[in-house]
Design a binder for this molecule. Structure first.
Ligand code: SAM
Length: 210
């Protein structure tokens, strides 16, 4: 496993036990996401953690494949899926680079609290674009910490101690430019919450021409 996969695996049980930090922002994120999903959609979630969001959206999609790099996160997600009897949700250990892709592509790919953790965000965005059908949606929410020199120094120390994963200090303009650079049209944005900015972005892959 990569160092990041090991980190997230180790903290999975603690992560599962932690309550959602900002419930209002979480519910807004779910509500805006639901507005774009249809009950026939085939959906991939990347960086799903313990599957909470996939389960909350299960009634709004046809099929959801929830994926995460950390096996322990997926083990917990599978337990929750079985407990809820959500037969249209599956959980798999995978990243954007090895997730299964249906022949016609996904209708939607979701990535919440995920993009800022990637050492290869641009390559991942290119991969997400390739996995979507024409007209498909990439729906994400990403904390944008800006320059934040003190926090950056603190995280640097914690990373050296194995107590923090890779974290990218993004700003909103950089995030949105990186998404648009892959050929997406950004169709909706929001800040849930506004501080620190957690940028909700709905991005559409262009329809096929002709
Ligand atoms: C902050 S948690 C967010 C979990 C969930 N999406 C949520 O909003 O609660 C980040 C998740 O991303 C996963 N992750 C980190 N790097 C990843 C990668 N390269 N590919 C897939 N998942 C990754 C971690 O294992 C962790 O479960």
């Amino acid at each position: 496993m990569t160092a990041d996969a090991t980190f997230w695996d180790r903290i999975a049980d603690r992560y599962a036990a932690r309550p959602v930090k900002n419930m209002t922002a979480y519910e807004q994120t779910l509500e805006r996401t639901r507005a774009y999903l249809r009950d026939t959609d085939t959906v991939l979630e990347l960086g799903c953690g313990t599957g909470t969001t996939a389960l909350r959206l299960a009634g709004d999609a046809g099929q959801i494949t929830a994926t995460d790099i950390a096996p322990r996160m997926i083990a917990i997600a599978r337990g929750k899926i079985a407990a809820q009897g959500a037969d249209n949700v599956a959980a798999e250990v995978a990243t954007a680079h090895d997730a299964p892709v249906p022949a016609r592509g996904y209708d939607a790919v979701l990535g919440f609290n995920y993009l800022h953790l990637l050492p290869d965000m641009e390559e991942t965005l290119a991969r997400v674009h390739a996995m979507l059908r024409p007209g498909g949606l990439f729906i994400s929410k990403t904390v944008c910490l800006g320059a934040a020199p003190h926090l950056r120094a603190l995280i640097w120390v914690m990373q050296r101690l194995g107590k923090a994963p890779h974290v990218r200090f993004l700003d909103v303009a950089t995030l949105e430019a990186a998404i648009a650079a892959q050929g997406f049209e950004i169709v909706e944005t929001g800040d849930y919450p506004a501080r620190p900015v957690s940028r909700f972005v709905v991005a559409r892959k262009a329809e096929a021409r002709g």
